[in-house]
Design a protein around this ligand. Sequence first.
Ligand code: CA
Length: 244
Amino acid sequence: MLSGFSHDLVVKPSRPGIAVVWPVMRILLIEDDDRVVAALTPALNRANLYVERAATAAEALTKLDGVDLILLDMGLPDQDGLALCRQIRTASEVPIIAVTARREESLVVAALRSGVDDYVTKPYRLAELMARIDAVMRRFGKHAVSNVDEFGRIRIDAGSQQAYVDDSPVSLARKEFALLHMLVRSNGDLVTREAIMEAIWATSWIGASRTVDVHVANLRAKLGHPELIETVRGAGYRLARMGE
Ligand code: CA
């Protein structure tokens, strides 16, 4: 056990092979331009969207499983974006937002006919893209970016970026907020350190594990009820279930 974290409640996993629920939405970013990927990924992560990247159409087709939304660059090296879109549609109803530098009406119409749900033209503002993602997710009844999540005594409003404990607002730093949001979305199930590092710090570097622990310690202190977040020894964290 880490020393110095007196608030840690050590809880053994209640069952072996405990299910790890992925608490964030998964976006498949189909984009061949590394610079676009590097610019977009942190912004999407901050909105609690986990980014899976495919650099080609062929790679994209192998990564459709479990995806909540696709951002599709229409100019890919190996296949036309419209053709890829039609191919995805034979396998999946996942919402697709097309991104393109071309504005011709005929292309927009062709994209919509190929199964695209919305359309963003480059250059676009990040705020516009996020609003479109939110709108498409709402339309599909998926977990929208600005929804309210609740678990036990904690409520998270991702739209206003505000957390509440017992209906009282709690002031959190951005990463603390994202961390609490992940825990709330997993509904009391274990969230592993690895999942937290990947979603919030975009790293699988094991050395970042300590950073997660420090943020959890700060989060516990700010919540004013350290017992709300339980430590699962050697694995990660979860929210305390009421009445257990
Ligand atoms: Ca491209």
